[in-house]
Each structure stands twice: as C-alpha cells, then as structure tokens.
Design a protein around this ligand. Structure first.
Ligand SMILES: [Zn+2]
Length: 472
C-alpha cells in the first residue's frame, strides 16, 4: 500500500498538506497555512486532520506560509519528529514563522480594540505563539540539494532545485513498500526558467508518479520584461497625478525581485525619482538571509551579489518602526510602498491600503497570485467596495495587475516540465495540486492532448493509491 491523502492545497492554492502512507511509514509533505475567509481559515487551520504524533517525518518544499505556516500547529498537536527542508528554507522559516505568529497576535489585539469600540466582530485568538515557533524550528533539519537521506522506514528523500524562491525544492521520494519500489516527485511550487536571482528548475529522473502544482494551469505569463515596463508606466502615471503606489508583496522572493526591478528601472531613468519604502521588517530580514545562501543563486546573481547589494539604491529606505510606517501615508508627495502580506490578508499593507484605496490618484500594483476570498483577489478583480479591518471602503485607486512577476511556472512551463519528467522516467500518474478548479481542468485537458493518460486533480480529503505493479 502506498497511498496519498490530500489534506489541503487540493483544488485550491492555500494550506498545502499531503500525507503519504505506506504499510511501514507516514510522511507529511508540507504543512501550510490555509488563507481565505477569516472564519473558514480559522476553522481549517486549527483542526488538523492528522494524528500528529503518528507521523514519522515532515518534508517541506519551501518557506512560503501556504506550505510551511501550519507547522507550529502540527507541533502544538504533538508532532516531535524531524522536519526536512533545504538549509536556506530552514533559515527562512525562522523569520517567516516568527512573523506569522506576530501578525496573528497583532491581528487579535486589533480586533479586540475594534470590538471594544462597538464594531460587530467575533474575537480571535492567535493560531500559535512565539514558543510554538521555537519548538518547530528545533525540529527542522537542513538537507542540501542532491543529498539522499532516509527519512522513514523504506522512504528516502532527495531535494532538487525548484527555482521558485530561495531554497525551494522539488521533493523526490524513493519509496519501498511490500516488495514495490516507486519513485515519486512533488514539485512543491515550480519556478520559471530565466527568472532573476534563482537557478532554473531541475528535472528529476526515473519518476513514476508526479504530484505537480497547477496554480497557472490555464494561463501563460507575459515575459518579466513586459511587467517591468508596465510597472514603470504605472509609476509614471501615478507620480504625474501626485499619487502613491502600494505594492502588496510576499516578503520572500517577490519583494527582492520588485526591489531589484525598481533599482534597475531607476538606474536607467525609466521611473521618476520618488522615494521607495520597503515597509516590511520581514522582507529586510529575508534580504539578509539571501546574502547567506549563495549556493542557491544562478550565475548572474552570484556575480552581482558578490560585488554589491542589488537590494540598495538611492531613495530606497527599509522601514522598521511603526511610526515611520504611519508617516508614509501622511507624507503628501508621491512615493512607492512595498509591504506585506502578499494577498493583503494581514500585515502593514492593510494600513496603507486603508489610507490609499479611496483616492483615484493612487495605484495598487498587484504582482503576485491572489487566492480566492482574499482581499488581494477582490482588489485585483476591481470590486467597487472591499472590507478592510472590518469596514467597507470604496475602491477608487487605480489597480494594475502584473502577472509577469510570477514565481510560478505557467501552463507552458508546467506542460514542458511534465514532458521532461516523462522523457527521463517511467511516468504513469500525474496528480494536480495547488490550483483552483478552472486552472486544473484546463491543465488536465492540455496534458491529455499530449498523451498523458492518468491525470487527475484530487479533491480535499481524497485518498489516492500510487505506485506501479508489485515487484516493479
Ligand atoms: Zn511558493
């Protein structure tokens, strides 16, 4: 018996959790935070449908919270085994999970203040706290790329580069159970070739079962250079009407890529010289971790980062304290603000959006994927009204959506990856995860057209048997 149960990130893009079970072992792939409606997110994140103490090992593909953010919940439910990740992912998880805990605490305090003022809201308690994060980090083991490691009876793990964010890995598992041997690959989130800083995704060999993300299974990305130009044009328009630009970003990778892009646009005079604020202590910490892991860079980034920091340029300021953060909104001149969270579900970006969303001179630049039911998605869809801190506000600011910044493979990238895996292996089963149904249906059809037989998108909670015939 080799069986996968899809506990999260199934027909959706948040809360990734896949449980692999054999007759001898139980391994959890990812333990991500579910993001979306507050009540639903709360319910799903608190009730882990896993016997935490019975899991032998956890494997984490990368540090984004939709993959890692529920690890402290797992630990608070009694998990005491190892959590395998690349060394960069392990380091990134320290500030990422600490920040997630702080945001939850701050959010709970803020809601409590609103309730005290008479706003009709339910009180919230943080999902986890600082101590849970420390206990989680104590279980994390750094496993470098390409080093095979036995992680549970009959299960060996090898990480390959996924090219998605710093430290991101494709998870390759060699599974031996009851006379059967199966090699499985799980993409985690799959990157794109030729992106700044990172190497291109690697192709695993000898794979029989591929679990692949499908976020952009129905879309093709414009080249990143087009998005740089569109960002420059949006900045020029906004500055000419005296407005501000707010860019909600993931602190990991997207923030560094946007900073890099703004620095390059500034250097070639493509944008007016207005101040740029990185209003994310987390992005600042993560930028420091980038400097510690040159083993993850591509050749160009390695050369660039060795000489000077590409994350510094004239007019760029890293904001740390809250008073400085508030002063940005009171500042009457044009400015660019990069702040988290990436889907506008928490963090300092909410305060900037509250201040800027009602003024048509301002611009909100969306540079990352926005999951269903998030504030970021509603803004990207240009809803007339959106709720911020429990209060409905009119959306009058300009909204620009720049998909070229995506760190995810698009449809062509996902299909090319599956074809390369097929060429180098014995691929007979593809399972689509981490995608919304329209993207998955389109990708299924596209893969079917190219002769991939067994392609399916398991539902939440579904169990799927994997592996070849006995003795293969
Ligand atoms: Zn990711």
């Amino acid at each position: 018996m080799i069986e996968l149960t899809f506990l999260g990130g199934a027909r959706t893009v948040t809360g990734s959790k896949h449980l692999l079970r054999t007759s001898r072992a139980s391994v959890l792939l990812e333990c991500g935070l579910f993001q979306g409606h507050r009540e639903e997110a709360n319910r799903r994140n608190r009730s882990l449908p896993i016997d935490a103490a019975a899991v032998d090992a956890v494997v984490l593909s990368h540090a984004h919270l939709d993959h890692s953010g529920a690890l402290p919940v797992l630990v608070s439910h009694g998990y005491r085994g190892p959590i395998y990740a690349t060394p960069a992912t392990r380091d990134l998880c320290a500030p990422m999970l600490e920040d997630a805990a702080s945001i939850q605490e701050a959010d709970a305090r803020h809601i409590a203040r609103l309730i005290a003022r008479g706003v009709d809201l339910d009180p919230v308690t943080p999902l986890y706290e600082h101590d849970d994060v420390v206990a989680t980090l104590a279980l994390m083991l750094g496993l470098p790329y390409h080093r095979r490691q036995t992680i549970a009876p009959g299960i060996a793990l090898t990480f390959l580069d996924a090219g998605h964010v710093l430290g991101s890995a494709i998870v390759v598992l060699d599974i031996e159970d009851d006379g059967r041997h199966t090699r499985l690959a799980f993409t985690g989130d799959l990157g794109r070739p030729n992106m700044p800083i990172l190497r291109d995704p690697e192709i695993p060999e000898g794979i029989e079962c591929l679990i692949t993300e499908s976020t952009y299974g129905d879309r093709l990305h414009p080249p990143i250079v087009q998005s740089n130009d569109a960002l420059a044009a949006a900045i020029a328009r906004t500055v000419s009407r005296g407005g501000k630009i707010v860019i909600p970003t993931f602190a990991l990778e997207r923030a560094q890529e946007v900073i890099l892009a703004l620095g390059q646009l500034r250097a070639r005079g493509a944008v007016p010289p207005c101040p740029v604020y990185v209003d994310s202590p987390l992005a600042t910490k993560i930028t420091d971790i980038f400097r510690l892991h040159p083993e993850c860079y591509d050749r160009e980034a390695f050369a660039l980062l060795r000489d000077r920091s590409p994350f510094e340029f004239e007019g760029l300021r890293y904001v740390t304290d809250v008073e400085q953060s508030k002063a940005i909104d009171a500042f009457p001149e044009p400015a660019i603000v990069i702040a988290g969270s990436g889907m506008c579900e928490g963090g300092r970006v909410l305060h900037h959006l509250r201040a800027m969303i009602g003024d048509p001179r301002n611009t909100i630049a969306i540079v990352g994927f926005q999951a269903e039911h998030t504030l970021g998605r509603r803004i990207a869809e240009r809803r007339h009204q959106v709720k911020i801190f429990g209060v409905m506000r009119e959306l009058h600011a300009e909204v620009v959506v720049l998909e070229g910044f995506s760190a995810h493979a698009d449809q062509a990238g996902l299909v090319a990856f599956a074809e390369a895996v097929r060429t180098r292996g014995r691929l007979r089963q593809i399972l689509l995860v981490h995608g919304e149904p329209p993207a998955q249906v389109t990708l299924c059809t596209e893969l079917g057209r190219r002769g991939f037989g067994a392609v399916s998108a398991p539902a939440q909670g579904e169990q799927v048997a994997i592996g070849g015939p006995r003795g293969s």
